[in-house]
Design a protein. Structure first.
Length: 140
C-alpha cells in the first residue's frame, strides 16, 4: 500500500500546473471510510465509493515513468476494486487541456457529460475548463 508521503511526492512531481496535495491531505482522505487508494509510488489513484457511485479524486504517474501503461493499468485496477465495493458507475473531472488524460479516459470507456467553465486555475494564464466524464462499470 502506498503511503500518504509517497502519494504526495508523486503528486508533486506529476502536477506542475496546479497545487499538489500534501501528505496530510492524503492522510486525511485515506482516513475517511469511503476513500481508497490503488497503485504504488510510480502511479496511484485515489478514489471514493459511496453506494453505487465511484469518483476518481486524483490519479498521478511519476513523470519519469509515463507512457508505459501505468495509468491505464491503475485505472482498470481501481475500477475492479470499485466494482467489488458495489459501484456501477464511475465519474471524474479532468482539465480540458490535459490531452493525455482525456485520451486515456476515452480509451477505457469514459464519455464527456458536462463541463465546469474556468474550474482549474492556471498561474499566469486563464483558468481551464473541467471536463466531466462518466463510465459504466456494470459492463466490466
Amino acid at each position: 500500500m502506498i503511503s500518504p508521503a509517497d502519494m504526495a511526492a508523486t503528486h508533486a512531481a506529476a502536477f506542475t500546473q496546479a497545487r499538489p496535495w500534501s501528505a496530510g491531505e492524503f492522510a486525511e482522505l485515506l482516513a475517511q471510510r469511503f476513500c481508497h487508494a490503488e497503485g504504488d509510488r510510480s502511479c496511484f489513484a485515489l478514489f471514493r465509493v459511496i453506494a453505487d457511485e465511484a469518483e476518481l479524486l486524483t490519479i498521478a504517474t511519476h513523470p519519469d515513468l509515463r507512457r508505459q501503461g501505468r495509468a491505464k493499468n491503475c485505472m482498470l485496477r481501481w475500477h475492479d476494486r470499485a466494482r467489488n465495493l458495489g459501484a456501477t458507475q464511475a465519474f471524474l473531472d479532468v482539465a480540458a487541456d490535459n490531452h493525455a488524460a482525456l485520451a486515456l479516459y476515452s480509451a477505457i470507456g469514459y464519455t464527456e457529460n458536462g463541463r465546469r467553465p474556468q474550474y482549474y486555475p492556471r498561474a499566469g494564464a486563464a483558468p481551464c475548463d473541467a471536463v466531466l466524464m462518466t463510465c459504466d462499470l456494470s459492463q466490466g
